[in-house]
Design a protein around this ligand. Structure first.
Ligand code: BDR
Ligand code: CA
Length: 320
C-alpha cells in the first residue's frame, strides 16, 4: 500500500475524504495532520479523532498544526461547515482526547525517516509552507503532493476568482508552489491541483445521501447528518440542491489518477490586492517558467461515486 499523510481541516468534506482514504486498501494512512482552515486547529483535531473512532482506526496519530495563516489574519469557514465543523450533527467525541504532537515536526520526522511518503493536502497549505521553511530537506522528500485548492476556469467560492484553501493562506500556497518551481530536488515533480473546476462536478444530492443510508445504515446515517448543514448552505448561497464535496476527489484521484484529466503548467498564487488567493495558471507558457503544477480539469463523477459507495459503504459494484 502507498504511504500517505492527510493534511486537513475537518470540515465536512474533509471528514468524507478521511473516510474514503481509510477505506482504500491501496492506501496506508500513516498520520493525519491538522491545519487551521474551516475550523480552528483544536476543533479540527477533535473532528479527525471522531472520524478515526467512527472508522475504528484510532491507532492512527493525529497531529496539531499551524493555528494561523503565515501572514494574513485567520478567517474560518464555520458558516459553511457549522460551529463544530461537522455540520452541528452531534457526532460522538472520540475516546482519544487529544493530538499526539506537532504536525510540522511529525511531517519532518516521517519524511526524513521513511521513503515514498506522499501528502494529500485538503486544507490551506500553511503546515506544508512551514515544513518548506523549517525542514526543506524533508519537504523535498514528499513523493507525491495532491492539493485540493485553487481554480483554473471555474469561478471562486471566496471571491470571484479565489477558492477557500488558497484564499485563506495565499502566502503559504505561494511558498509551496514556488518550491516546486525552484527546488532542484523537486525538478520534474508537480503539485497535483484538484481545484474547483473538477470538484464542482462532485455534487452529493439528497437522493445519493438517502441511497448511502440504505446501503450502509451506520456510516450512511452519519454522512447524511453531517452533510445536511452543508446542503442548506449550498441552497442558500448557490441555489443548488445538494452539496459540492471537494476533498474526497483529491483522495480518489491519488488512488486512481485516471479519474481526472489535466495538463502541466506553471502556476502562481496571488497574495495581494482584490484577487488574493487566485491561481494564475500559465496555460499559454507566456512566462516560460518551469512547470510546478498538474492542473486537473475534467473528472467523471459517476466513477468517483462508484468508488466512494463501494469502498466506504461496501456497496456491491454490480448493484451500485
Ligand atoms: C475547500 O474549502 C473547504 O471549505 C473545504 O473543506 C475544501 O477543502 C473548498 O474550497
Ligand atoms: Ca478542507
Amino acid at each position: 500500500a502507498r504511504k500517505v499523510i492527510l493534511d486537513c481541516d475537518p470540515g465536512i468534506d474533509d471528514a468524507l475524504a478521511l473516510m474514503l482514504a481509510l477505506s482504500l486498501p491501496g492506501l496506508d494512512v500513516v498520520g493525519i495532520t491538522v491545519v487551521c482552515g474551516n475550523v480552528p486547529v483544536e476543533k479540527g483535531v477533535k473532528n479527525a479523532l471522531k472520524i478515526l473512532e467512527l472508522m475504528n482506526r484510532t491507532e492512527i496519530g493525529v497531529y496539531a498544526g499551524e493555528e494561523t495563516p503565515l501572514i494574513r489574519p485567520y478567517v474560518d469557514a464555520m458558516d459553511t461547515h457549522g460551529r463544530d465543523g461537522l455540520g452541528e450533527s452531534g457526532l460522538a467525541d472520540s475516546t482519544v482526547g487529544q493530538a499526539k504532537g506537532d504536525a510540522v515536526r511529525f511531517l519532518a520526522d516521517i519524511l526524513l525517516s521513511q521513503d515514498d511518503v506522499s501528502v494529500i493536502a485538503l486544507g490551506p497549505l500553511t503546515n506544508l509552507a512551514r515544513l518548506r521553511q523549517e525542514y526543506p530537506d524533508a519537504f523535498a522528500r514528499i513523493q507525491n503532493l495532491v492539493s485540493m485548492g485553487g481554480t483554473y476556469k471555474a469561478h471562486g467560492n471566496c471571491s470571484p476568482v479565489a477558492e477557500y484553501n488558497y484564499w485563506c493562506d495565499p502566502d503559504a500556497a505561494t511558498v509551496v508552489y514556488e518550491a516546486y518551481a525552484s527546488l532542484p530536488e523537486l525538478a520534474g515533480k508537480r503539485i497535483h491541483m484538484i481545484g474547483l473546476d473538477v470538484t464542482r462536478k462532485i455534487v452529493l444530492t439528497p437522493n445519493l445521501a438517502a441511497y448511502m443510508k440504505r446501503i450502509n445504515p451506520h456510516l450512511g446515517s452519519v454522512m447524511e447528518s453531517i452533510t445536511r448543514f452543508y446542503m442548506d448552505f449550498h441552497w442558500e448561497q448557490e441555489g443548488i440542491i445538494g452539496c459540492v464535496i471537494n476533498d474526497p476527489l483529491a483522495v480518489a484521484y491519488f488512488a486512481d489518477p485516471s479519474l481526472c484529466d489535466g495538463f502541466d503548467a506553471y502556476t502562481s498564487v496571488v497574495t495581494e490586492g482584490l484577487s488574493f488567493g487566485q491561481t494564475l495558471v500559465d496555460d499559454h507558457e507566456i512566462w516560460k517558467k518551469p512547470h510546478n503544477s498538474h492542473i486537473l480539469t475534467k473528472t467523471d463523477p459517476y466513477r468517483f461515486f462508484l468508488m466512494f459507495f463501494c469502498k466506504v459503504l461496501g456497496a456491491n459494484p454490480a448493484q451500485a
